[in-house]
Design a protein around this ligand. Structure first.
Ligand SMILES: [Zn+2]
Length: 518
């Protein structure tokens, strides 16, 4: 290197150091790192295509925790998996469903989470509808008819088209007629279940006791080709969810006496009791290490698909924000901690356990930012019911570039969340915790807990915008000369109960989940 160049390099380095003091400059650096050196796509690929769904208690969930720790370590950010409980261990195997009579066709469907395994060769049986009885006594007498049969327990859907599609194309009268028909079917099916004497929660187990070969459900999510996929309650026989299209066909065939037969192979492994974790990583505070800015997103998912938007995208936002902060703002004033919580889906369990196990951290929370409602850019932030939230959150947001904040509506002081996602665990404990709430992108219908929550639904530019917002807010919250106020606002009257709303209470985590209660 020539002397001249050497001088230039030294000059550049010093100027970076000087500028690094400057708020504007740091914000700009965060923005350009996020835009020009984004790691979102490769992270999404590794997490969602390779590791796959992150159901509590599965080996894939554990693989995801280990992957996140390794990723943080590769960025030289200290990270660890903290155990907080145990869960029923289970691993999804092959699901394959075919109609084998009166003709052969493969059926679109999958076993529900925690479904008991069939043998490798599967089970072949006739399909019947839930028997219709006049009351629970009559139903009990009819129970022998389910022996050795697959029993369909979900209602028939007269249309697989979403309502928006009808609104666009149907005549008013046919749309009205369809809705009335659907409501009648729905009411009749609810009555049919009620007359069994079971609830929709206990019905599958009742049928299992009576000797059914398997349970067939179809939980349509009111969009084209989309079903919601949750967990099974049976102990020995498989429970599968079948697409609206194939379920409708089987239902019509059954009703018309065509006696369809299915072959269901639904393999899974019962893995006993396994440990459950939160992944925690941190950038140690240099001036106020006992005060915390927390980046928060649950790590687990349901397993009907890969959990790309629930909560793969929230996870990616927090990981990428941490990577960028480490690079641009490696010595924060306050400690910046990221929590990738386990088992949010079964009741905010990872975050509730963390709040209980780390009161000193909860005490030191400067601000927590949680993201958990899909891939969209953030459009709503509420003050969570903290009286002075506007003073600090409003001030920080003012410093975030307008290209990010122009679409954000704020609501101060707002009201405290009672659930919904992990920030609620912290709000209940009195810590200033906020939800970065996303634009819908049809989250509720198309991706949330569905069989279509996959990589292709991610809108990466929106996620990138959320990365910038989160990293900048974390930086500003860390630098703020003041500790944030956690004074609670006076809550409004509840419209429903006509009494003063109360601040939500902290709840305990389920620390031994998925097993029968004694
Ligand atoms: Zn979620």
């Amino acid at each position: 290197m020539t002397k001249k160049l050497h001088f230039l390099a030294l000059f550049l380095l010093t100027s970076v150091a000087v500028f690094a003091q400057d708020k504007e400059q740091i914000i700009q650096s965060i923005m350009s790192e996020a835009k020009e050196n984004s790691q979102l796509e490769p992270l999404a690929h590794e997490l969602l295509d390779v590791i796959d769904p992150r159901l509590v208690g599965t080996p894939q969930m554990k693989n995801a925790h280990d992957w996140a720790v390794a990723k943080y370590k590769s960025w030289e950010i200290p990270a660890e998996n903290q155990q907080w409980g145990t869960w029923k261990g289970w691993e999804r195997g092959i699901t394959h469903i075919d109609m084998v009579s009166p003709r052969v066709v493969s059926i679109e469907g999958r076993q529900l989470a925690w479904s008991p395994s069939t043998s490798k060769n599967g089970v072949t049986a006739e399909v019947i509808l839930l028997p219709e009885a006049s009351d629970s006594l009559a139903f009990a007498k009819m129970m022998s008819s389910v022996k050795g049969k697959f029993v369909m327990i979900s209602q028939y859907q007269p249309t697989g088209r979403p309502d928006e599609n009808w609104e666009e194309f149907a005549t008013d009268s046919s749309f009205t007629k369809m809705k009335a028909e659907r409501e009648n079917i729905s009411n009749a099916w609810d009555a049919r279940i009620e007359k069994t004497g079971y609830t929709s929660r206990t019905l599958a187990q009742g049928l299992e006791k009576a000797g059914a070969a398997g349970i067939i459900t179809s939980y349509w999510s009111r969009g084209f080709g989309v079903n919601k996929v949750f967990g099974a309650s049976t102990k020995k026989i498989p429970t599968v969810d079948i697409s609206l299209e194939d379920y409708g066909m089987l239902f019509r065939m059954t009703e018309n006496g065509d006696q369809p037969e299915l072959k269901i192979t639904a393999e899974s492994k019962d893995l006993g009791e396994v440990s459950t974790f939160n992944t925690i990583a941190r950038l140690e505070g240099t001036e106020k290490p006992d005060e915390y800015v927390i980046l928060s997103a649950h790590f687990d998912s349901w397993d009907g698909a890969t959990g790309a938007t629930d909560n793969g995208t929230g996870t990616l936002v927090m990981m990428e924000a941490m990577r960028i902060l480490k690079k641009i703002y490696p010595n924060p004033k306050r400690t910046i901690l990221v929590g990738h919580w386990g088992s949010e889906e079964e009741g905010l369990n990872g975050s509730r356990a963390f709040v209980k196990d780390h009161p000193e951290i909860v005490e030191g929370v400067q601000a927590l930012f949680n993201q958990d409602n899909g891939t969209g850019r953030v459009v709503r932030i509420s003050g969570s019911g903290f009286r002075d939230a506007y003073d600090y959150l409003g001030k920080w947001l003012y410093d975030v570039p307008e290209e990010i904040t122009s679409g954000i509506e704020t609501n101060f002081p707002g009201t405290p969340a009672r659930g919904g996602s992990d920030y609620a665990s912290f709000v209940a404990a009195g810590a200033p915790a906020f939800s970065l709430s996303s634009l819908s992108w049809d989250y509720g219908t198309y991706t949330w807990h569905t069989n279509r929550d996959t990589y292709d639904k991610i809108v990466f530019d929106d996620v990138r915008s959320n990365v910038m917002l989160t990293a900048i807010l974390a930086y500003l919250a860390s630098e703020d000369p003041e500790k944030t106020s956690r004074v609670k606002s006076e809550l409004p009257m509840s419209r429903r109960e006509n009494e003063q709303m109360q601040w939500p209470e902290s709840k305990d985590a389920e620390r031994h989940g998925g097993f029968e209660k004694e």
